[in-house]
Design a protein around this ligand. Sequence first.
Ligand SMILES: *[C@@H]1O[C@H](CO)[C@@H](O)[C@H](O)[C@H]1NC(C)=O
Ligand SMILES: *[C@@H]1O[C@H](CO)[C@@H](O)[C@H](O)[C@H]1NC(C)=O
Length: 216
Amino acid sequence: MAYNICFLFFLCITVSVIASELEVINGKIKITTVTTAGCIHTVNFIGEQLAPTYAIYGEYLDIHFVPWGRTQWHENGTITCQFLQNDCWANRLQRCVLNFLKDDQDAQMRYMNCEFTGTRPAFFHGSYVCAQREGLSLVDVDYCLKNPELDNLDRIAQEASVAPMDPDTGLNAVPAVVFNDVIDPVLYTQARNRLESLVCFALANITGTDVSFCPV
Ligand SMILES: *[C@@H]1O[C@H](CO)[C@@H](O)[C@H](O)[C@H]1NC(C)=O
Ligand SMILES: *[C@@H]1O[C@H](CO)[C@@H](O)[C@H](O)[C@H]1NC(C)=O
């Protein structure tokens, strides 16, 4: 894209802007979202951007949640979180539940929408209601939550959060949103403000979808 920019009516320069393009890879857009339970920006992103976009274009999306934003795992098995104990409790619960629902993306999206909207059951109330709504055994969920040393879910979440949260090369923001495993601050800003439109334009531009008439 080239723009002519003029100063003082006569002094003009031409600048090129390399616009970041959201790619559709093998018919899908991978969206990784790093969350933490106590974060209001995550509430807004999931409720106002991700869930509505998923409702329309879910079949073209490959969604990965990493409920580990600004969460630090320590060698002694403890973790520390941005919004303290409730945040840690809810993040650990969420990575357990997301793991139980790993073969059902619709259920994962419903579950995270449940946790981040309304009364925000896990974070504010220490409640398992969102897991219960997905039909999971609360005995199994509770066992997973209380025995983090018996699986490697903490480490997996910790590792998945490193690149998006890196202060120098990552987004270092919660929520962090990464498309197709490529960290791109321009696409990130668009995701936070107009995800539906961003996804729509990317899908409209490939053959094999009947997506058109995108909102700006
Ligand atoms: C675990 O390690 C962290 C970080 O080194 C430390 O702050 C914390 O006090 C330790 N907790 C226990 C129970 O040892
Ligand atoms: C649309 O596809 C063309 C050709 O593959 C590509 O050059 C262009 O960047 C794409 N535009 C968008 C918005 O993805």
